[in-house]
Structures are given as C-alpha cells and as structure tokens.
Write a protein that binds this ligand. Structure first.
Ligand SMILES: [Mg+2]
Length: 300
C-alpha cells in the first residue's frame, strides 16, 4: 500500500538517517547555514505575535519546561501577543488556562486555541446539524457552543457530520458508528492527525490513529482542521489580527508545528531539546531552532 505522508510517524522518520542532529553543545540558537544570521535575528525581533504550542514547548505532560514562565512574561512585558495553539482536543480553553496558571503562567482562556475549538469554528461555514462525535467532552462542548447538536451511538444514521478527535474511551462500537454515518453521507471532519502523543518513555496513540482507522475503513479522507492545516492557522491569525510578517509559530514538532508555519507563510521556530533536527525528507527547515522557549526570548 502506498504510504500516506500525512500519517508518517516521527518514529519512522527516526528509523532512517534523514534527520540531522547538529548540536552545537553550548545552547546557542541554531540558524540554518544558508540563512544570514543577522537577517534571522532582525526578523525575530520584529515579531509581535507568537503562536505557541503547549505540550513539548511550554510544558511536558504535567511538568513546566524550565524558563517557560519567564519566557512568556518577557514576551508580554515587551507588548507582544501570545496565542497558545494546541492540537489536543481533550481539554477546553478554560481547563488549559487553569493548567497554565497551576504551572505559574498567567493565562486567559481567550489566549488558547485548541483543535476542538478550531474545528467548531471552521464548521461555522456549514449548515448547522447533528454530529456524531468520536472525541471527549471538550470537543462535544465546542460543537454545541457553535450550535451543532450531538447524537449518540445508535442514532448515527441521522448524522450530518462525523467529527473525530482524540478519544481515550474509544470503542469498536464508536468506530463502527462513525463508519456507518460516513457511508450514509455524513461529512468527515478531523480535529487533527497527530499519529501519537509523546509521553515519558514512549508514545501513546494520538487522534491520527483513530482518524486513520475510520479513513481506512471508509476510504474517505477527512477535512483536517488542526495543525498543520491552513484552517486552524487562518483562525489563529484572525484572532491575533496581525500581518503574517509579524507572526511566528513556536513548537516542538517539525511535521506539525513547523509545517503549519510554512503552510501559513509565517516565521517558524523549532524548540528542540535534543539539538537541531532538520528533516531533510520533508524539506522543512525551521527559520530558527532553540533548545527551550526561554532561549528565544534572549534574542528579542
Ligand atoms: Mg508539541
């Protein structure tokens, strides 16, 4: 079977030698050799809006990444706008704001755009109707807030839309209901297709694993809203209300965050604790690579 690039796993990518790890050993930011260092530094200094990924960038699981709190404070002190952009659809913006505050970062729900909220916002362009949802409460509530109704398993034949995200209570019955609805003509929409979620010592299946199962069973490709899709980027840029030249995305995944930035045509910053990771195969080179979010603020 032909390999679908959107479902490439970073584990696969690591298995071959297409990723360069160029650590310079002293924590200095890495700038691609082909780019002029002064130009890159000048560009980052002119950025006034930062789209910041959460997991792997601000914190790892339940632990703050050292200096992230100071970095966010420094960005705000210098009058810059911050919008947190996460593909995780299992928490509401309110829950993320609480989590950030618990970790010592002052945050407002309006500063957080999740793939669940983005998916519901994207769906404003469609006629309201019933959704069969594979996903958790945060996704369901984002959809109901936009005026969509949620139908339960057993009534999936009436669904106008199937909306699929990460669901840690996934069952075969839910997959079957989604497939039935799609076969009967429901539009298939996915919050995101992250293949997995990095955790301490390994990976957990991400939304992409669930979306992939429905896609393979039905042969229908979903509309994908989360990073690296242009849809979530359009919503994020709209919220910041800034020109593209003034906005940067900061994240820890080349295939998701850097790619989203390239799709949107904005400045891209990769946070990589393992040093510089340039994915030759995907031909995606971040404009700047830093070890931690905090190292970025040192350049501003
Ligand atoms: Mg991340």
């Amino acid at each position: 079977m032909e390999k679908d690039a959107r479902y490439n796993s970073p584990i696969d990518n690591n298995a071959d030698n297409d990723i360069d790890a160029n650590t310079n050993g002293d924590g200095d930011p890495y700038i691609d050799n082909n780019a002029d260092k002064d130009t890159v530094i000048n560009k980052i200094r002119g950025i006034v809006g930062f789209l910041i990924d959460l997991d792997g960038c601000v914190y790892k699981g339940e632990t703050l990444i050292e200096g992230s709190d100071a970095a966010i404070k420094a960005l705000k002190r210098t009058g810059r706008k911050v919008l947190y952009l996460t593909n995780n659809s299992t928490k509401t913006p309110q829950e993320y704001a609480l989590k950030l505050r618990r970790l010592g970062i002052d945050a407002d729900p309006a500063e957080i755009l999740t793939s669940a909220v983005a998916t519901a916002a994207y769906m404003r362009r469609f006629e309201r109707g019933s959704c069969y949802v594979i996903g958790e409460e945060a996704l369901r509530s984002a959809l109901t807030q936009e005026g969509f109704t949620i139908i339960e398993e057993g009534n999936e034949r009436c669904a106008k839309y199937v909306v699929c995200g990460l669901d840690r209570g996934l069952t075969y019955g839910k997959l079957a209901a989604a497939c039935t609805a799609i076969h009967r003509g429901a539009k298939f929409i996915a919050t995101n297709t992250d293949p997995n979620l990095p955790v301490e010592g390994g990976y957990l299946p991400g939304a992409g694993s669930i979306v992939g199962a429905v896609r393979i069973a039905t042969g229908v490709r979903p509309i994908v809203v989360g990073k690296p899709s242009r849809y979530i980027m359009e919503i994020a840029l709209g919220r910041l209300g800034l020109n593209k030249e003034k906005v940067a995305i900061v994240g820890d995944r080349i295939d998701i965050d850097v790619k989203a930035g390239k799709v949107a045509g904005i400045f891209t910053v990769l946070v990589s604790s393992e040093g510089t990771l340039i994915d030759k195969k995907m031909r995606l080179t971040p404009d700047l690579v830093v070890r931690r979010l905090y190292d970025l603020t040192a350049l501003l």
